[in-house]
Design a protein around this ligand. Structure first.
Ligand code: HEM
Length: 411
């Protein structure tokens, strides 16, 4: 879908729920890059930035933050009062590092970082490989499969459950709660979505609270135990913070990775990328993974608030104004990436912003990279001649850019 662009006034009309757009946002991004990479997106009602330089700078610019209600009241912002039926959901968001600003963000992020050290992550490689083989064993003889359901979805949730120390058998329930909560971030979430999210948030929080309490007397090497014993500046995590952090890690830990695996396989198959070259050794694999993440990232739009009156790229913003950072568009900026739409396994440097930047840079990036670089080569090695069985379609959630299904066949 081509956006309706008013170049002079830098305004764009583009319905994020239009299948033509969410199935291929890159055509619209190309038009936007050419005509007006700084624009007011009328459907959202805020200024958006598509240039790589702008998105990278804004992610690091401390005049902008995720949170604003610590500086302005809802009345000053012109926001309605919090909806009572959303209380369980809002209660988790209140302590989520993704939604916090320093100094709370710094304290919680340090605790999570400490629990998320690279040696703990690296140790997961063999487990990810075993999981990938296990999944493929189930369908290899069939000659066709939906790789989202059969391969991409089950691996990340099992990995994050292991890492946190939550029983893998909880996987189905965790995914279900997580889907309902994440649906809140879609464009135009309605009352039904809100109520489902609130119920899921309550059930999820009750589970984690009970689980963590039981764990307190029986600490192990898992991340929940580490969070329980972690201390920063002499202060432990409060129980509410611990619950919100574990839920954020469980949700963030699989939602985006599932989509990154599905999108990555699709990009390779559509682009005719030769897996023998793409995965010929560690550095080729790492470069392939970065390029797949650049070309079709799972998260496309993040918002920030102006924490003070600010001017950026010729746009004057008042304190409290929202802005949109288009990660997926920044990754295809022709000013930063030569031949931005082409897969280039040797692209170097590859400063994509799929994991964000600045203080909220993805905590899970090393884990996501490891999952992709272990699971994808195994998939292509085990299923030679892998090809698309039908044109893949994306889900109707522009922000969470991922496939409904990925039907493939092999010899
Ligand atoms: C390919 C997979 C992934 C992608 C593309 C991704 C992307 C992102 C992005 C763009 C942000 C920054 C959001 C912002 O600036 O507002 C972020 C933050 C975050 N991610 Fe990821 N993520 C992925 C996987 C993971 C995994 C596996 C985990 C956990 C195990 C995780 C945990 C987090 C957390 C906790 C934050 C918040 C960090 C903070 O606010 O300080 N992510 N992620």
């Amino acid at each position: 879908m081509t956006p309706a662009l008013d170049v002079v006034r830098r305004r764009v009309r583009l319905d994020p729920r239009d299948p033509g757009f969410f199935n291929d946002p890159y055509r619209a991004y190309a038009a936007i890059h050419e005509a007006s990479p700084v624009f007011f997106w009328e459907d959202y009602g805020f200024w958006c930035f598509a240039r790589h330089a702008d998105v990278s700078a804004l992610l690091r610019d401390r005049r902008f933050g995720r949170q604003i209600t610590h500086l302005m009241s809802r009345a000053e912002l012109g926001w309605p009062e919090p909806k009572p039926h959303l209380q369980p959901f809002d209660a988790l968001e209140r302590h989520s590092i993704l939604e916090l600003e320093p100094p709370e963000h710094t304290r919680l992020r340090n605790l999570v970082n400490r629990a998320f050290v690279s040696r703990r992550i690296e140790k997961l490689g063999p487990r990810i490989a075993a999981l990938a083989h296990e999944r493929i064993d189930r369908f290899a003889h069939e000659g066709s499969a939906d790789l989202v359901a059969e391969f991409a979805a089950p691996i990340p949730v099992a990995v994050i459950a292991d890492l946190l120390g939550v029983p893998r058998q909880m996987g189905r329930e965790l995914v279900d709660w997580s889907h309902r909560m994440v649906a809140m971030y879609q464009f135009g979430a309605n009352r039904e979505v809100e109520e489902r999210a609130a119920r899921a948030a309550r059930a999820f929080a009750d589970f984690v609270r009970g689980f963590a309490r039981a764990r307190r007397g029986d600490l192990g090497d898992d991340l929940i135990s580490q969070l329980l014993i972690a201390e920063s500046d002499g202060g432990r995590l409060s129980e509410d913070e611990l619950v919100a952090t574990v839920i954020l890690l469980l949700n963030a830990g699989h939602e985006a990775t599932v989509q990154a695996i599905g999108n990555g396989v699709k990009t390779m198959l559509e682009g005719g990328v030769d897996p023998r070259l793409a995965f010929a050794g560690e550095s080729a694999t790492a470069a392939t993974v970065e390029e797949l993440l650049r070309l079709d990232p799972p998260l496309h739009l993040f918002q920030r608030h102006a924490l003070e009156e600010a001017e950026f790229a010729g746009v004057r913003l008042r304190k409290g104004d929202r802005i949109g950072l288009l990660l997926g568009a920044a990754n295809r900026d022709p000013a930063r990436f030569p031949h931005p739409d082409a897969f280039d396994g040797g692209r170097s440097p590859n400063p994509h912003v799929s994991f964000g930047a600045g203080i909220h840079f993805c905590v899970g990036a090393p884990l996501a990279r490891l999952e992709l670089s272990v699971a994808l080569p195994i998939l292509f090695a085990r299923l030679p001649g892998l090809r698309l069985a039908e044109a893949p379609r994306y889900r109707d959630t522009f922000h969470f850019h991922g496939l409904e299904a990925l039907r493939v066949e092999w010899r």
